[in-house]
Write a protein that binds this ligand. Structure first.
Ligand code: ARG
Length: 289
C-alpha cells in the first residue's frame, strides 16, 4: 500500500503572478524637509546614487517579467519617487492621494493626471489618504493604516468606492508611519476565500490591531524588530519572488523557509527619505480603459 506524505506547508511551491507597477525615477530626490523620523535635511544625500539604486530595482522587476509604467519626475517634488503614495488602484479604478503634509501636496495633480491620461476611472478623494502606502489589498479585503497619515474617513471612502471590506489597523510607532512600512502582503493573488500570507511587525501596531491580525491571518510571518527597523517589511512580492532589503537577514530566512525566493535590493539612499522598495512601487490592478 502506498502512503502519501503531505509536504509541510513551508515547502510549498510558490507561484509567480506577473504584476504591473508604477515607478518614478528619483531624478529630483533629496531630503529638503522632514515629515518622518528618518528624514534629516542637514545630512547629505546623493541623487545619482539614489537613481542607480532605483535602477537596480527597476531592472530586477523587468528581468523577472513584470511590467513597469513610469511617471515623469518633477523638480521640487523630491518624494515623488515613492509612488506607492500616488494612489490605490483596483480593477482600473484609481483613488488618488490627498497628502497630509503640504510638502507632498504638489504631487497630487501629477498622479491624478497620469491616471486620467491612461484611461483609469479616477475617483477624486475627499479626505486625507496616502494611497498604497496605507492601503494594502489582502485577498478580498483592504487592510488600511491609520494613526499617522491616512484619515479614518478615508477608510470609509475606500469601502464605498471599492465595495470591499476595509480592516482598519492602528499604527503606533512613528518610524512606521505608513502601513507598508510594517506589513507586507506576500500573495498578491489568492483563490476566493483563501488566506494570503502576510508578514508584519507586531510592535508597530496597537493591541487591538494585533489581535485582529492574529485572528484573520493565523499563518502570518511575524517579523523581528531588527528586520522591521531596517525597513524589511517595505517589500514587494509577486507571490514567489519577494523583493526585500539586504539588511533584513532574519526576514530573508523566514521567507525562504516558507518557499518564497527573496531578491535583495539595496535602496539605502532612498531610506534617507524614509522609504524603501514598496514605497517606490505602486501596484496597478486592471489597466486603464
Ligand atoms: N518622505 C516620504 C514621506 O514621508 C516617504 C514616503 C514613503 N512611502 C511609503 N509608501 N511608505 O511621505
Amino acid at each position: 500500500m502506498s502512503e502519501t506524505i503531505e509536504a509541510p506547508a513551508e515547502q510549498a511551491e510558490r507561484t509567480q503572478q506577473p504584476r504591473t507597477y508604477l515607478m518614478c525615477r528619483p531624478e529630483h530626490f533629496t531630503v529638503s524637509y522632514s515629515i518622518n523620523p528618518w528624514m534629516h535635511p542637514d545630512d547629505p544625500t546623493d541623487t545619482q546614487r539614489a537613481v542607480s539604486q532605483w535602477q537596480k530595482l527597476y531592472d530586477a522587476y523587468r528581468a523577472l517579467g513584470h511590467k513597469i509604467e513610469l511617471i515623469e519626475p518633477q523638480p521640487g517634488l523630491p518624494d515623488m519617487v515613492y509612488t506607492a503614495n500616488g494612489g490605490f488602484v483596483i480593477d482600473g479604478i484609481a483613488y488618488p492621494p490627498k497628502f497630509r503634509h503640504a510638502e507632498r501636496q504638489g504631487e497630487e495633480t501629477f498622479f491624478t493626471e497620469w491616471f486620467r491620461d491612461r484611461g483609469y476611472e479616477v475617483v477624486e478623494p475627499k479626505t486625507t489618504n496616502e494611497g498604497e502606502g496605507d492601503f494594502l489589498l489582502a485577498g478580498e479585503v483592504i487592510l488600511a493604516g491609520r494613526g499617522f497619515r491616512s484619515s479614518d474617513e478615508s477608510h470609509r471612502e475606500l469601502a464605498d468606492i471599492f465595495g470591499r471590506e476595509v480592516v482598519s489597523l492602528t499604527l503606533v510607532d512613528p518610524r512606521f508611519y505608513h502601513l507598508d512600512t510594517a506589513l507586507s502582503v506576500l500573495d498578491p493573488v489568492v483563490a476566493p476565500g483563501a488566506e494570503p500570507t502576510i508578514a508584519y511587525l507586531p510592535g508597530a501596531f496597537d493591541e487591538a490591531s494585533r489581535r485582529i491580525l492574529a485572528e484573520r491571518f493565523p499563518s502570518a510571518i511575524r517579523v523581528a524588530d531588527a528586520d522591521g527597523s531596517v525597513f524589511g517589511l517595505n517589500s514587494a512580492s509577486d507571490g514567489r519572488n519577494v523583493f526585500i532589503s539586504p539588511r533584513a537577514t532574519g526576514f530573508e530566512a523566514q521567507l525562504a523557509e516558507r518557499g518564497y525566493t527573496p531578491v535583495t535590493i539595496d535602496l539605502s539612499e532612498l531610506l534617507l527619505g524614509g522609504g524603501g522598495i514598496k514605497c517606490c512601487t505602486l501596484e496597478l490592478r486592471g489597466a486603464g480603459a
